[in-house]
Design a protein around this ligand. Sequence first.
Ligand SMILES: NC(=O)c1ccc[n+]([C@@H]2O[C@H](COP(=O)([O-])OP(=O)(O)OC[C@H]3O[C@@H](n4cnc5c(N)ncnc54)[C@H](OP(=O)(O)O)[C@@H]3O)[C@@H](O)[C@H]2O)c1
Length: 273
Amino acid sequence: MPSYAITGASRGLGWAFLEEISNDSSNTVIGIVRDKTATDKRVKDELNGRPNITILQADITDYAALKKAAEDTSKITGGHLDYLIANAALVSKYDGYDGIGTLGSDPDQLTAQFNAYMTTNVLGNIHLYNLFMPLILAGDAKKVTAISTGMADLDLVNEFATYMGPLYAMSKAAMNMVTAKFSAQYKKEGVLFVSISPGFVDTGNNDVSNLSPEQMEGLQAMVASFQKYAPHFKGAITPQESVKAVLGVIDKLSLDQGHGGAFLSHLGTKQWL
Ligand SMILES: NC(=O)c1ccc[n+]([C@@H]2O[C@H](COP(=O)([O-])OP(=O)(O)OC[C@H]3O[C@@H](n4cnc5c(N)ncnc54)[C@H](OP(=O)(O)O)[C@@H]3O)[C@@H](O)[C@H]2O)c1
C-alpha cells in the first residue's frame, strides 16, 4: 500500500496529482491544503469521496500546522510515508511578466513580494521536508519531489533572455538547492530527493487581461523565447498530462542511477518544454 502526501492539493497540478494517484485504490493519498472544507467537498463531489484520500489542513508557511499535518499523516499511515510531493507554491501575478529592473521602481513592494516568495516557496518547504523526514525514512520508496520550473534553469535564462517571473524563478532556483542539500545529507540513508519541472501547464493561471504595456511586452518576449527554445512547442499541456509524465519520471529515477538532487523536466531530461 504505497502512501503519498501532496501539498497544494486543492487545485491545479496538486489536485491532478491527488486524482491521478488515488485512481489506484491501493494507494493511500494525503492532500495537504489551506482550505480543508472546500477540498473535502471537491473530493466528495468530483471523486465520489474516495476512501483512500484524506485531506489535511496546513498553510506551508505555518510551522505548527505543518507539524500537525505530519503527525496526522503518521497516524493514517502507521508511522511511514513513501512519497512526498512538495507542489504548493506562491505563483503571483506580481512578477509574472516584468523584469527585476522594472520591479525595482517600487522597492517596498519588491521587498514584500521577495519575502513572500522565499517564505512560502523555500522556507515552507524546508520545514515540510524536515517534519516529514522521519516518516520518509521509515517508508519503503523514500522519494521526495519538489515541483520546480524550467524558469529556474540558468542556461534557459541566459540563452533565451527569459527575464520575466524573476522572484518566482529565484525562489524555485533556491528550492532546487534546498532539495540538493537534503539529498546530500540523506542519500546515504536511501532517500531520493529530486526537483522536477512539470512543463508549461494550463492550470487556469494564464489570464492576460489587465496587463500593463510593459507586462504585455514581457508576455510577448516570453512566448518568443519559448518558441526559439522549443520550435515544437504548441502551448500548455493539461494538468493530467503533466502529472502522468511527472509520476512516470519519479518512478524511473533512482539513487543507484545517480539522480540524487537532480533537477529534471517532466520528460526526465533538461528539455523544459
Ligand atoms: N502551471 C505551470 O505551468 C507550472 C509550470 C512550472 C512549475 N509549476 C509549479 O507547479 C506547482 C503547482 O502549480 P499550479 O499551476 O498548479 O499552481 P496554482 O494553480 O497556483 O496552485 C497553487 C497551489 O499551491 C497552494 N498554495 C499556495 N500557497 C500556499 C501556502 N502558503 N500554503 C499551502 N498551500 C499553498 C494553493 O492553495 P490555495 O488553493 O489554498 O491557494 C494551490 O493549491 C507549483 O509549484 C508551480 O510553481 C507550474
